[in-house]
Design a protein around this ligand. Sequence first.
Ligand code: TRP
Ligand code: SF4
Length: 400
Amino acid sequence: MYPDRVVSGMRPTGALHLGHYHGALKNWIRVQAEHPCLFFVADWHALTTHYDDPGIVERSTWDMVVDWLAAGIDPSQATIFIQSKVPEHAELHLLLSMATPLGWLERVPSYKDQIDNLAHKDLATYGFLGYPLLQAADVLIYRASMVPVGEDQLPHVEMMREVARRFNHIYGKEKGFEEKAIAAVKKLGSKRAKLYLELRTAYHQEGEVDALEQARAMLDDAGSLSNIDRERLFGYLEGSRRIILAEPQALLTQSSRLPGLDGRKMSKSYGNAIALREERDSVVKKIRTMPTDPARVRRTDPGDPKRCPVWQLHEVYSDGATRDWVVKGCTSAGIGCIECKQPVIDGVLAEQEPMHERAQPYLDDPTLVRAIVADGCDKARRLAQETMRDVREAMGLAYT
Ligand code: TRP
Ligand code: SF4
């Protein structure tokens, strides 16, 4: 119903590492070529956990945008902006909070997990409880159709859908809706109108989901409709309400979880990460000194790649022939660990080289980054304002 649009955000809580690249950014780069995308720095979300250390949020915000550009996010394709520069997100968050049951927030699995994980911090705050609702506002305000996220975020996307549904249910009521919807059906032209009503009946009476999809696709193509009539017809398909906020879908990152230098998930807090734009020498040193199969004490001891974190990196960075060479050489003690690590070092450096190159102009002239973000904030804000007009009107806040 609403335009094809992809929205995703990342929290600026430190420099990005290669785990972010493999886990999320590669996915963003792929979708930016296929759909209109909005990517934003979720600085308010960062403050929900870093409220006592805002300096890191401010510093990381700009570095993160440079990391995105370095990784290949293309500002001529995607809109890049900062959450707090589009204050409409906060307004929608507030308005959504009116009708969001506390239980929905308390039930989100990450809520209790994070409170336990970050036990050294007091997260029994109002802001932290509202985290997933703010995230819902981030996406619903653009009426996004898709949200590229990792698996851990699926409950958040599910909650966004519930919030949108509830909003439409409560505020999509309209006096004389039925009559207005029928008038809009007529505007489809007789052939389409007939098909629309048939599909609607098939869905209502037989529960045919295909019919619903087909009718939606038809409405998408019906160029002559005004937005409000289109909303009504979407709502009328399903029941008797306007659809003011669209339900987004998760676009799951094909999980390529990059292991860190110790074999656990790469994470800054584990101290096992390689930064996205880490200095060459430091990359070489980190990989040379990373642990290997603990059973391989001497060069003459055979090893087992399955017990070695270096092997996990070969699985990401090396081709089949190299991997065969590793397995043979390791299990027969035919190669040494330093030798074994070289293709991984080469692979990581080759991946990072174009990133350093792309970052350089932005490091030389930071005003370029400021300009990209300023432009993105303007674009995002215009879109957010459109939705907020409808939201305020639906909630009786238009005061005209
Ligand atoms: N919660 C997300 C994360 O931790 C970040 C985020 C904030 C986000 N707002 C969003 C992701 C909106 C997608 C859409 O990764
Ligand atoms: Fe690990 Fe390679 Fe050493 Fe085997 S040879 S233990 S796979 S680093």
